[in-house]
Write a protein that binds this ligand. Sequence first.
Ligand code: NAD
Length: 435
Amino acid sequence: MVKVMADSETALPEAARGKPNPYDVALQQLDKAARVAGVSPAIRNILSQPKNEIIVNFPVRMDNGEYKMFKGYRVQHSNILGPYKGGIRYHEQVSLDEVKALASWMTYKCALHDIPFGGGKGGIKFTPRQHSQAELERITRRFTHALGANIGPEYDIPAPDVGTNGQIMVWMMDTYMNVVGFTDKNANRRVVTGKTLNSGGSHGRETATGQGIVHCIAEWARDRRFDLNGSTYSVQGFGNVGSNAAKILARTGASLIAVGDWKGYIANSDGINPYKLTDHVQKTGSVVGYPGTRALTRAEFFATSADIFIPAALELEIGVEEAKALNVKLIVEGANGPTETAAEPIIREKSIDLIPDILANSGGVVVSYYEWLQNKRSERWELEEVEDRLAKRMKRTYLSVTEYAAMKKCDWRTAATAIAVERVSRAYVERGIFP
Ligand code: NAD
């Protein structure tokens, strides 16, 4: 059975660092983009609230025979451009406002790429690391059952996010299939993406988000005439996104010099092998204690001088203090929403480039779309085909964002969101608002 990845307990509770509400941050980003895009206040108002907010409370039998209650969420932000699409998070800090923010970013991410999907997100508030595989399976199946017809292959399509993986997606798929009927079972494979290869997943999906990040970095390096060979980078979060980005970026000759996760931070200015570090994390559950590295505090990690910083953990990790401390040329947002609004002007003043989440980490949903298409057509694409398509799409979208930003004289986040909001707006204008 596939091992559930180390989940994401946080060393510090959110409130202790005074993080803002993620949905407020999402709204601030929307407002700025809506102004630049010149969309009507009506469209801005529609996008400022999700269409549906589903909360389910459900009991699950634990291994010791006791029953425990769980709270699960699914937020469906927009489906004007296609079925709701977005990940499922298992984490103790999952909240309605967090899921609302994440769902809205999915709407903009899909629209930015012109993928025919809308935006959704879901999660369960608990710490998966504290549960056995059998309990995780029962929690997942019971959550899927509780969501019922609120998900579906042409309606709302979940995928992995923090604390979930291909095995969890396969349990969701199997539960959904067994509930909706037998004759069209195979037509329902695409109710989730990010599945394992054996059970209908796509080649290249597991590495897609990390690969997309590296495509963005390569485009940035070409535009800035920056040589990646011999450069340095740091990564916060070493799960699916952080570890794959680190491994793929290492192939350019860049060197990983600092990394951290829920348990702590480590550094080695001579470089850390991301492949061996992945093995260490699989064995021990954290990057901490990796041989040949020294321990850092979180503050020291953010002050570490490197060329590129990839936040790939949770949202709002870069506040004002972190932005002041950062000593890098480029931030590439692997995580969704890692940067507070108040930190952005500081980053700009320091002339640090920032490739925003909805562009930088969009490789995941792009290949999720390819997985969905393969399932729908009963096809299996070669890895090479998936990677070629992803590379072309990432480069095209990267170029569209930088060109738009130059034209409108705005930052890349605003440009990316504005392109997305314009697309959504055009659909509303053409279709009208019912009745
Ligand atoms: P994951 O569960 O595989 O890994 C999360 C990592 O973050 C772990 O290493 C964990 O230890 C670390 N972490 C958690 N809390 C932390 C904290 N407070 N400080 C430092 N590190 C912490 O999750 P993932 O799928 O890699 O997702 C990471 C981020 O990327 C999330 O923001 C997610 O929404 C985003 N994202 C994921 C995908 C995907 O395809 N999985 C796609 C797009 C965006």
